[in-house]
Design a protein around this ligand. Structure first.
Ligand SMILES: NC(=O)c1ccc[n+]([C@@H]2O[C@H](COP(=O)([O-])OP(=O)(O)OC[C@H]3O[C@@H](n4cnc5c(N)ncnc54)[C@H](O)[C@@H]3O)[C@@H](O)[C@H]2O)c1
Length: 281
């Protein structure tokens, strides 16, 4: 069984590590410090405990899954990985410098995939000496529940790399959809501009947050309204995807809503800061 490393133990990284471990893979979860990675592990424990309470898994299974996850803040512990899944903050500079660092340190056969929401996989691949072994593997939030994974080929990704990642996606029980490199891939190119439009409607005072969400939920049969979904995704992540779409296509239809930018600047990032379009305190 392949050795998996997940870098970034936030919303997505913790969910990805949990999913891989729940499907039998040994996982090392890495973040910038012992304190931060510990928070990620706590989040996984809490999620698994909820599954025990809902009788979806047994207490023994919870322990087995947790035992498969090791945590670290040191690069040393992940150098022999077969697949590394990068899930750090949505910032091209941070991701590129991490890819460079990983490329130098880890096993030359290791495949490195990024969970980026919209950034160019080809640009990440070009920052390494193994551009054929780099791909996008875009999971959805919450990872243990969401069935889809978008598999994004960089311009340079080899067929062999794609096949291995497709096989890994099946092994962790996800339905894979292949996307050729494109900003926002498929889902976020549709979903995030819809959220952005909901923020414009709110900012223009056309309807209240609850009513915007109710309208879309009941009128378009969505399981959750766009503003609630934005709080779940993280407003910083939504803004960063809009900025990528805007700069990549140079099309004003992708301009970020000013209210979205103001909320991010004021630290209202949604559920993760307990405050966004709704209050979670
Ligand atoms: N939130 C979502 O719904 C969602 C969905 C799909 C994809 N994504 C993408 O997943 C990635 C992570 O998003 P998130 O919501 O989990 O973010 P997050 O802010 O919850 O977590 C990011 C984590 O990365 C860590 N980190 C930053 N730089 C690092 C480095 N150099 N080395 C190790 N760790 C580092 C941070 O300490 C933090 O714990 C982003 O690229 C985002 O666009 C997010």
């Amino acid at each position: 069984m392949e050795k998996i490393a997940v870098i970034g133990s936030g919303t997505m990284g913790s969910g990805i590590a949990q999913t891989a471990a729940a499907n039998g893979f040994p996982v090392v979860l890495k973040d910038i410090s012992a304190e931060v990675v510990e928070k990620g592990i706590k989040k996984i424990e809490k999620n698994l405990q909820r599954e025990v309470e809902k009788q979806k898994i047994k207490d023994d299974q919870k322990k087995e899954i947790l035992n498969r996850i090791d945590s670290t803040f040191e690069l040393e512990k992940i150098i022999d990985s077969d697949i590394i899944i990068e899930a750090v903050s949505e910032n091209l500079k941070i991701k590129k410098s991490l890819f460079k660092e990983l490329d130098k340190a880890v096993n030359p056969e290791c495949i490195i995939v990024s969970n980026t929401s919209a950034l160019s996989i080809t640009e990440l691949a070009a920052s390494t000496t193994r551009p054929d072994k780099i791909m996008g593997m875009h999971f959805f939030n919450p990872v243990p529940q969401m069935k889809l994974v978008e598999l994004i080929k960089a311009f340079t990704t080899s067929e062999n790399t794609y096949k291995k990642i497709e096989k890994f996606s099946q092994a962790i029980n996800k339905k894979a959809v292949l996307v050729e490199e494109a900003p926002g891939f498929v889902v976020n190119r549709i979903l995030i501009p819809m959220i952005n439009e909901a923020v414009f409607i709110l900012d223009e005072g056309r309807a209240e947050a609850e009513n915007i969400d109710k309208a879309v939920q009941l009128g378009a049969n969505h399981p959750i309204g766009p503003l609630k979904l934005a709080d779940l995704i993280g407003l910083d992540v939504c803004l960063s995807i809009m900025e990528t779409l805007y700069s990549e296509f140079s099309d004003p239809k992708y301009r970020p809503a000013p209210l979205l930018r103001k909320m991010v600047r004021s630290g209202k990032l949604g559920r993760k800061t307990k405050s966004g379009f709704y209050d979670y305190n």
